[in-house]
Structures are given as C-alpha cells and as structure tokens.
Design a protein around this ligand. Structure first.
Ligand code: ADP
Ligand code: ZN
Length: 522
C-alpha cells in the first residue's frame, strides 16, 4: 500500500475515480486492518469498490462469493477493462478453461477471484483454496448479496448457509459481507450465520438522491403519457407490468408507435430472454417491458426511467425495482401509474396463495404500498420510514414536494370517524365503521345493534370512498392504528383522543384526480 501516499491516489490509479462515495473510504480503511465487516448499502451505492480497492492494496488473492453468474461476468469484465487482474470460476467454463485459470491464480497473477458458493464449498475446490493460500496467500473473503443467508431476506439460498465453513477453515482471514437489504432482522442473521467476529458495521442511507419519484393516476390517457415519457427519456427505460399478458400487449402497442422495445417475462424461452436482456444492456433497444422477473443481477448504470405501469406489490420490491434507475448517479425518473383496479388484481393474486401466514404478510405489505401511492407526504419520507430511516421531507425531488396538493381541514370528519371507532369498542375494521357512519342497514350493523349508536348515519354526506380515504390517511398520519393480525381492526391511540378533544386538527391533501381515476380498459 506504501506505493500510494493517499487512498484517493490509489482510487484514481486503479479505478480512475476522483473521490470516494459516502462511506467507501472508511470501509476500505477498515478492510485494510483485516477486520470483519458488514456493509449495507443501497443498490448502486458502490459496494463493489469496498472490497475491490483493498484487494488491490493487499497481498494475495481476495475471494469474492457471488450468487449470480451474469453479475460475476459483468464485474470481472469491467475490472479487466480497467486493467485489473480478476477472474471467475463457474459452471459456464469448460474443464480446460478452469485449469488454465486455476494455474494463473496459483502463479499469483490474480488479485480478485469470483466464485459461486456451491463451487467454493465443493470438495474439489477447498483443497485448491488451501493450495492458493499456501502459495500466494488469500487476503480475505468478500460475500456479495449476503442477505441470501437469511430466510428473512428476499432471496434465501441454502448454500449460503454453508459459508460459515470458511470461517472455520480460515479463522484468521477477514470476511466482508455486503448486501442491499435493509431490515434489521436480515442484518442480524448475516452476522450470526456467517459468524462475523466483532464486525465493523456500515449502514448507508437508503436515500437515492438522484431519483425523482412520482405517482400518477392511471386513466385512459396514461398510455399517451407513457409514450411521451419514453420519448423524452433520452436513454434506457424499464417498464414493469404485473402480468405476462400486459407485458405482451404493451410491447406490441409501443412497437406500433415506433418505440424500439422488447418484452421480458417468464413465458419467453431462456434464449429469447437472454437475447432481449443483452440487447437492452447494449443499447440496441431503448425500452424493455417486463414482469418483475427482470432486473435481478443486471447492472446497467444508465437507466433513465423506470415505470411501474401496474402497482408494485410492496414497498421493498418497489424500492429495489425503481432503484435500477440512475445507478450512475445521474438524474433519473421513477413513475408509478396507480389505479384502484390494480389493488383488486393484487388482492386476487394474494387470495390464491395457500399459506395463511404468507397471505397475511402480503396483505399488510400491499396496504403499505397503497398508503405510499395515496400518500401526500414526501415520497422519500414514506419509503425511508419503511426501512426504519428518518427523513425530514421537503426533498424537492418527488411529486408531493414539487407540487404539494391543496390541503383541506377534515377535523370534523375525523372526529366523527374516530368517535365511531370508539363507539364500536375498537373491535371492527374500516368497512364496518364506514357502514355505521353511512347508516347501512346491513346484517352485521343490525346484529351488533350499531344502528342504535349516536354515530349511526352521521356520515351520509360523504361517499364510502371519501371515508376510506380519510381512514387510510389517519392511519398513515399515525392518528389511528390498524391491527396487524390479519383482521385489520381499527384501534385508537393518544393522537386519536387529541383529535376527538379538539386538541389536534386533521388536514388532508385531496388528490383532485382521485374521483376521476378511471381504469384504462383494453
Ligand atoms: P452496488 O454493488 O452497491 O449496487 P456498484 O459497486 O455496482 O454498486 O457501483 C455502482 C456504480 O457506481 C458503478 O457504475 C461504479 O463504477 C460506480 N462507482 C462506485 N464507486 C464510485 C466512486 N467512488 N466514484 C464514481 N463512481 C463510482
Ligand atoms: Zn419529497
């Protein structure tokens, strides 16, 4: 390391960058001290550099575990283009190629060796590693996509669990675990499963400064809007749809309108999928219309627009999918087209699941997603709060901050709503409360004698949708609780009582388009 006066000089020398991204320098410093570490950074945050630069500065080979062959090849190719001696070993190589690469590693010509976990742990490979360690030295291990060790992550891979074997075999070599999955549960799992010792932990902010977030109502005119967005995008575009059929339909329609576009979904042959993906990455086509199957492991830094033409299922996947925009740090745009009809489609899909627990989790996650889509707060605040990160708002780069919607005082309505929850003894869900407010003669209302309550029928002046909108906003603003046991029972909290005692006002930003929202019919 002594050949460089500063880490910045080394960074410039090997990678051509002038400065570190937030967090990178400290992580590199720690890695040079040979300490275990856990690095949590959003996609595009610059995780790879955190082990690549130390690999260049340390003696011996750094072994990188990576689950996806395509990702591995991408990274190695990019490194080689920078003149860095990196190589990978995976099932795409023939025996001769493997032997050739192994030899070059043993001769000390390789700084970074990428392997898939199943190969790393195979009986043939471990003795080879010992040999390498003996002859040229192993500098340490980097475990990419480390959330794969956790059943709580979105991509559990049992073979990742076996990686703790490395710790046993090489107790003195440092392990760096990297992931973009933000939840506390997964972090703890990684530390335990991989037996990290007193790790240095770096958790980056998940705020993606360069992304503009917006939600537009899905209406008849949405297709024209989308077309315009694509034409103005000046770069690559990903459009996500829920079903294969909508992918095919939309692709066809865009093609007819002269857009250079290809589809991507599980119904296509492997070959077709991989060709379409490659052509997109190489900028042969501008737009890919895809189901969520697309994107895992593609690394295209210059995507300028990600559109969700249907509502995403949950905030975490939305964050990951939208996050494929602007990985180069340049401005990029993320749009959701939202209609109430989409909720029905997702609910239907949830109903098809056989596992009750899974259904319940999926419903809660969908609820949060709808809150996001309907929300009038800063989109960043809502997203980041989902990951346990506080963000003050006013980002200036989301639709709600750029064009705040006019707010109305709904304190009286809120008092009516909350009182009704109280009168019903906090034992019912949203729809029942609304039935009581609107004076329904339904069986459930009559059976419970809720037609005798003082709040019965006091909300006839508003539609059920209005009340629903208010109810959701109250939950979103933390003025009302909803049980998470699958029954979604409404409960009061201290803020609810402040409203009922006239100590707190309730403002709603009424989306003007709410009532006009009409689903596009194809
Ligand atoms: P992640 O693995 O966290 O998703 P990557 O390591 O692929 O992110 O990095 C994302 C992009 O940022 C890549 O194009 C990479 O070359 C670039 N990058 C990383 N660090 C820096 C830096 N210090 N300066 C400029 N660009 C960087
Ligand atoms: Zn904002």
């Amino acid at each position: 390391m002594s050949q460089f006066p500063t880490l910045e000089k080394a960074l410039k020398h090997y990678f051509g960058y002038d400065s570190f991204r937030p967090g990178q320098k400290q992580i590199v410093q720690q890695a040079l001290q040979n300490q275990d570490s856990l690095i949590v950074m959003p996609t595009g945050g610059g995780k790879s550099l955190c082990f690549q630069l130390p690999a260049m500065l340390k003696k011996g080979v750094t072994v990188v575990v990576s689950p996806l062959i395509s990702l591995m090849q991408d990274q190695v190719e990019a490194l080689r283009n920078n003149g860095i001696s990196a190589t990978f070993l995976n099932s795409s190589l023939n025996g001769w190629q493997v032997r050739h690469r192994e030899e070059s590693i043993r001769n000390g010509h390789t700084k970074l060796l990428y392997v898939a976990p199943e190969r790393l742990l195979s009986e043939k490979f471990l003795p080879f590693l010992d040999l390498v360690h003996h002859q040229v030295g192993i500098a340490g291990f980097a475990i990419d996509e480390a959330h794969c060790v956790s059943e709580w992550g979105h991509d559990f891979r049992p073979e990742y669990r076996q990686l703790k074997l490395l710790r046993k075999r090489y107790p003195d070599l440092p392990v760096m675990a990297l992931t973009a999955t933000a939840t506390e549960r997964v972090r703890q799992d990684i530390i335990q499963q991989l037996h990290l010792q007193d790790p240095f932990i770096h958790i980056a902010s998940f705020n993606r400064h360069n992304l503009y977030y917006e939600v537009r109502p899905k209406a008849k005119s949405s297709y024209t809007e989308l077309l315009l967005q694509i034409r103005q995008a000046k770069g690559a575009v990903i459009v996500y749809c829920l079903s294969r059929k909508s992918v095919d339909d939309l692709t066809l329609r865009l093609q007819r309108d002269g857009i250079n576009v290809l589809p991507y979904h599980a119904g296509l042959s492997d070959e077709e999928r991989s060709t379409n993906q490659t052509r997109f990455i190489r900028d042969d086509v501008q737009v890919i219309v895809a189901t969520i199957a697309f994107g895992m492991g593609i690394n295209k830094p210059d995507v300028r627009l990600v559109v969700h033409y249907d509502l995403p299922r949950n905030i975490e996947s939305y964050y990951q999918e939208a996050g494929r925009a602007g990985r180069d740090g340049e401005p990029a745009h993320c749009t959701i087209y939202f209609s109430y009809g989409d909720i029905k489609k997702i609910e239907w899909a949830i109903d098809q699941k056989s596992d009750e627990q899974e259904q319940m989790i999926a419903r809660q996650q969908l609820r949060r997603m709808i809150d996001y889509a309907e929300g009038t707060d800063c989109r960043r605040t809502i997203q980041l709060s989902y990951f346990g990160e506080y963000f003050a708002g006013n980002c200036g780069k989301c639709d709600n901050c750029a064009n705040p919607k006019p707010v109305e005082d709904w304190s009286i309505e809120a008092m009516k709503f909350l009182s009704c929850v109280a009168r019903c003894k906090e034992r019912f869900g949203m729809n029942h409360i609304i039935d009581v407010l609107r004076g329904s003669k339904g069986q459930k209302v009559l059976q419970n004698k809720h037609n005798e309550l003082s709040t019965y029928g006091i909300g006839k002046d508003k539609t059920a949708d209005d009340w629903k909108f208010l109810g959701r906003s109250l939950i979103h603003q933390g003025i009302l609780e909803q049980s998470t046991d699958g029954y979604a029972i409404l409960k009061l909290n201290p803020l609810s009582w402040e409203v009922m005692r006239r100590q707190r006002q309730v403002f709603l930003a009424i989306p003007t388009q709410k009532k006009e929202t009409q689903e596009e019919k194809n």
